[in-house]
Design a protein around this ligand. Structure first.
Ligand SMILES: Cc1cc2nc3c(=O)[nH]c(=O)nc-3n(C[C@H](O)[C@H](O)[C@H](O)COP(=O)(O)OP(=O)(O)OC[C@H]3O[C@@H](n4cnc5c(N)ncnc54)[C@H](O)[C@@H]3O)c2cc1C
Length: 425
């Protein structure tokens, strides 16, 4: 027997910080019929395993742990009576916004959504170990899996640790494993700069005398049953190991922290256009994807460094979704202007803007492709430079932002593009 199609104004896919803030943002924008679908048995997403502090400095001006930060949003969602279904995995989203989900309690459910908000987060890149010769013995973990084992399951994955990749999770796990009594020998990073936040390098490595080996990589893994040692070599500017620089590190565990990727299968299958740079959906000023009425926020859109920005962005996505179902988003696109990222700027979110649909001030976030010292972030409307702000250091691990003002764009009615770039002077 085919179940009847359920209907909800807004369906949020994922109950992590992005999904929760999006649902609350939609509620605050006047929408009441909101349903959050979460595959896990609890809300909060990745924050539940991030028991270190450092969350919420911007949002609450307090240093919270991940679970504490999540708890604030869960409490607010409870207060507002936002409906959620846990243990419910979304399997498919169609271009006409029919969401198919499965749970052990309800079986397969099909929901016609007025608007869908994608908030599925990201997953770890598995790439690190694949290019390393040797057997695949026990003792190789992604840093996030190790974090889950230690912080949620209460298991220590090993005692002598080498970490490949200096993304934030790797840095945080270097400190965490040290706290748990393991010995972290080093963090090797193939790039000449770390992929993580500066504050994590200081607080998680420097404070514990854990060496960060920049321009180094793992070239060999020893051991058949269990990791016995890894070999680390320096790399040249083409990231090729330099002969004669290999050093053997006896260890029982290799943690991989080689980056995060938006969880984009559902988005891709729905037919949402994806950015080749962020691997998340291409969105406009309303955080709306290429499918009308499908919005995206949080790490599924682009990998964020701070959860505060996730919450802020997601609240905007929620408000936009509410406006969409209320018919308040102008269907006509007005004048749509592409935002071009160039000269050191890898991408921008959003990647285009409609002057008629944008708010008075629009935050545009981006990441740079290298470490830049004493460079200017410049914004051009056509040929005219309208912003020129010097920054002492910009690094790929930290997100940057500019603000576009509607009034300024209205004063330039003929421009065909907005350019965000880095300049030396
Ligand atoms: C190890 C680590 C350390 C961090 N440290 C800090 C820090 O110190 N300070 C800071 O500010 N930020 C930190 N962050 C960043 C911050 O935690 C993330 O940016 C934030 O959690 C992203 O939120 P999200 O909701 O987009 O994704 P997630 O938290 O990953 O949530 C996504 C949710 O979607 C659910 N989901 C996915 N697919 C489906 C599906 N098909 N159906 C149903 N549900 C689904 C998942 O189960 C999950 O609950 C850290 C992140 C990590 C990984």
């Amino acid at each position: 027997m085919t179940k009847e199609l359920e209907r909800h104004a807004i369906v949020v896919v994922g109950g992590g910080p992005a999904g929760l803030a999006a649902a609350i943002g939609a509620y605050e924008a006047g929408e009441r019929d909101i349903l959050v679908l979460e595959r896990d048995t609890q809300l909060g997403g990745i924050l539940n395993q991030c028991i270190h502090n450092g969350f919420g400095l911007h949002t609450f001006q307090e240093e919270l742990t991940g679970p504490e930060y999540a708890a604030r949003y869960i409490a607010l969602a409870d207060e507002l009576g936002i409906e959620r279904r846990l243990g419910t995995m979304v399997m498919d989203i169609s271009a006409d916004r029919v969401v198919t989900a499965v749970s052990s309690e309800a079986g397969i459910t099909r929901i016609q959504a007025g608007a869908v908000i994608l908030a599925m987060g990201c997953r770890e890149r598995p790439r690190g170990a694949l290019a390393i010769p040797g057997y695949r013995p026990a003792g190789i973990y992604s840093a996030g899996t190790a974090q889950r084992l230690v912080n949620i399951e209460g298991q220590l994955p090993g005692r002598e640790i080498v970490i490949l990749g200096s993304g934030d999770i790797g840095l945080i796990m270097a400190r965490r494993m040290t706290f748990e009594g393991a010995h972290v020998q080093c963090v090797a990073e193939v790039m000449p700069y770390s992929g993580g936040l500066k504050r994590n390098i200081v607080q998680c490595l420097n404070d514990f005398d854990i060496p960060l080996l920049l321009s180094h990589t793992v070239t060999r893994i020893e051991g058949r049953q269990r990791v016995e040692a890894v070999w680390i070599a320096e790399v040249d500017e083409h990231m090729k190991p330099i002969p004669g620089t290999e050093v053997r590190y006896p260890c029982d565990t290799l943690l991989l922290s080689v980056g995060l990727l938006p969880e984009n299968e559902l988005s891709r299958e729905a037919g949402v256009e994806l950015s080749p740079v962020t691997r998340g959906p291409v969105v406009n000023e309303s955080l709306e994807t290429s499918i009308p009425g499908v919005f995206a926020c949080g790490n599924v859109l682009h990998v964020h460094d701070l959860v505060d920005y996730v919450s802020e962005e997601a609240a905007n996505a929620g408000a936009s979704a509410a406006r969409f179902v209320q018919g308040a988003i102008d269907a006509g696109d007005g004048q749509r202007i592409p935002i071009v990222a160039t000269d050191g700027v890898r991408y921008t979110v959003p990647s285009s803007v409609s002057v008629t649909r944008m708010p008075e001030a629009l935050t545009v976030r981006f990441r740079v492709g290298n470490v830049f010292r004493d460079h200017y972030v410049s914004v051009y409307l056509g040929d005219e430079r309208i912003q020129h702000r010097k920054k002492r250091v910009m690094a790929p691990g930290e997100m940057e932002q500019i603000t576009l003002k509607r009034a300024e764009l209205l004063a330039h009615p003929d421009i065909e593009s907005i350019t965000v770039k880095l300049e030396e002077e």
